[in-house]
Design a protein around this ligand. Sequence first.
Ligand code: NI
Length: 175
Amino acid sequence: MAVLPIVRADNPVLREKAKKVTRVDQSINKLIDDMIETMHAANGVGLAAPQVGVSLRLIVVQEFMENEVGELEPGQIIVLLNPEIVKTSGEYETDEGCLSLPGYVGTIKRAEKVTVKGLNRQGKEVRIKAEGLLAEAFQHEVDHVNGILFFDHLPSIDQLRRLQPRKKPGESEEL
Ligand code: NI
């Protein structure tokens, strides 16, 4: 496994509509493993293949579960090929960031709950219901494979805010 370089927000690959994954072969399996390692190394909540320069509809998301003291603990890693948001409900405002634009955050609107469908790495169709940060991560990463960046949801790019100082490792909510 390897930690891959994450492309920056001005890279054109992040503006492409990524191609469907048609089969999970050895190279896709390696890419998935490398993306998981890259997400961990960057303390991210999620990562989409275009962020490592590969224009494929493939995302990884780390589920975080809150314990009694509100501390975030790492949970299951969800791998989805050809992910689609098929149902949304509710709406809320959230401060969102992106591993491709480190150190910046913007307040945008996201659906509170989503249902996402796609294929798991065994090629089996799965549907996942999510809310909160996990739902936000799915919306953010599905945007990535459609060439959309979180700040596109801001009325104006001027509303991006610089995070100063940067959050400590493990406190990042960059996706
Ligand atoms: Ni992102």
